[in-house]
Design a binder for this molecule. Sequence first.
Ligand code: AMP
Ligand code: GLY
Length: 423
Amino acid sequence: MKILIIGGGGREHALTWALAPSATVFCAPGNPGTAELATNLQVDANDHSAVIDIIREHKIDLTVIGPEGPLADGLADSISNSGFRVFGPSAAAARIEASKAFAKDLMFRAGIPTAASATFDDRDDALSYIETHDEPLVVKASGLAAGKGAVVCKTRKDAVAAVKEMFEGRFGRAGSVVVVEEFMDGEELSVFALTNGEHSLLLPCAQDHKRIGEGDTGPNTGGMGAYSPVSIATYELLTTIRDTVIDPTLRALAEDGSMYKGLLYAGIMVTPDGEPRVVEFNCRFGDPEAQVVLPMARRMLAEHMWAIAAGEAWTPKPVDYGPRAALTTVLAASGYPDAPKKGAVIQVPDQIPEDTFLFHAGTSLSGSELTVSGGRVLCATGLGQTVADAHRKSVALAESVSFEGKVFRRDIGWREEARAGTS
Ligand code: AMP
Ligand code: GLY
């Protein structure tokens, strides 16, 4: 089988690593990490006909779309309308991520547990709503905003400022529609389901760490590290999430004529009384969560993706992932997230120890030198019998890489280690 992966970040390197044993892999554009396992092709994912040309030229059997941008832009539709197999939802189904207004409306209609909210295309209406609702509040740009479009506001005053900024264009068109919602207390969980729109298979859960600083302090980022599994995600809780969130969402999408095929990511808040409520949906694997979930669940991935893309009969059985854990530490550039400094030369050890993986995210080659080319540069993943064991391996690998201004958190997985009494 020949697989084309669209994208070039840490998630796509992890996808390449996971799929390479089952297929000949091409990446567009990929990165220096994927180049070690696959053939990188310089194609712009915005140019659908150029993507279809390379699918024809390289006789690609299956295209896997990594990031949300091309999905929201209808790349999966263009590929399937040209008669090729693709793993990833249609633009209509990807609205579950690309339009928070759409996602909230669907959740309310289908009775899916989530924060109370209202959607506005008029600034003054949003400001009046804030006046009559309790703080804290969360203000969100409805459209895609690279993970930065949600502002948690402790006070009504902060919420007013956030609404004004959004309507003044802080997030461009993504903020022309704004969602104001109730703040939910609790612990977050990233839940991943492979689905053909009818059936779903849950992968191991993960927990992301959005803040730049240790102890979850400082500004939000795309994610500074993740681990899996998460012990609060018990069999009972996951069954509840499948029955009250994943399956009803898929049914509601299908009833709307937007059958969802691909990977559905539910960001869940587990409230202090143990109830799961949806924070958001994403239409693709999380990044950096993929860098822990895929090392845990690589077996059969290509077969599942193929069956879903080909529309074959697919009734997946729950998988026992065994007593294993994975943890990834993101190495970021100095100045990330606001103004990451690019260009530093990266030194990587010749030998990567057993049970560790170094996934490339924002790297490029300048001649023979590996250099920093993005905010999140590399992801150091460790696999172990426990989260603490995986953590040690991940941090040791993170320390063994050097580049000027390297920033990373040493406390990824702190909640889990506190629960296990190992921190
Ligand atoms: P989103 O872009 O919707 O994923 O939001 C980004 C982050 O903001 C989430 O991962 C949460 O940490 C936080 N957040 C979003 N909505 C809420 C909410 N209603 N209550 C509490 N925290 C939230
Ligand atoms: N790590 C969060 C995301 O991928 O959206």
